[in-house]
Design a protein around this ligand. Sequence first.
Ligand SMILES: [Zn+2]
Length: 96
Amino acid sequence: MPKGYKQKFRHFCLDQPDFKNWLTKDQSDKSKGFCKYCKCSINAKIYQIRAHRETKKHVQNTKCCAQVNKLTFLPIKSDEVCRQETRKHIKCPKRI
Ligand SMILES: [Zn+2]
C-alpha cells in the first residue's frame, strides 16, 4: 500500500439499512460520505455518520424528503378509476 494512502470511504456503510437511504459517496472526496438530504459531506468514520444522523438538521431534512417522496411515488391509478372520477366530476352540478 503506498504511503499517504487516504482512507477511502467505507463502502460497507452504504449497505447499512440505517444509512443506505440517505448516505452516498462524496464525489469530490472519495474518503468521505455524503448526505443526500443535507447535501453535506460526512467523515467516513462510522460514529460520525451515526452522529450526523442524530442531528436536528438531518432529522428535519429526512422528514421533508419523506413527504416529497410520498407525493412523488403515489400509486398510478388505473384507467378505469380515472374514467369514473372524471364522470363524477362532470356530473357534479355547478355551484353558482
Ligand atoms: Zn444529513
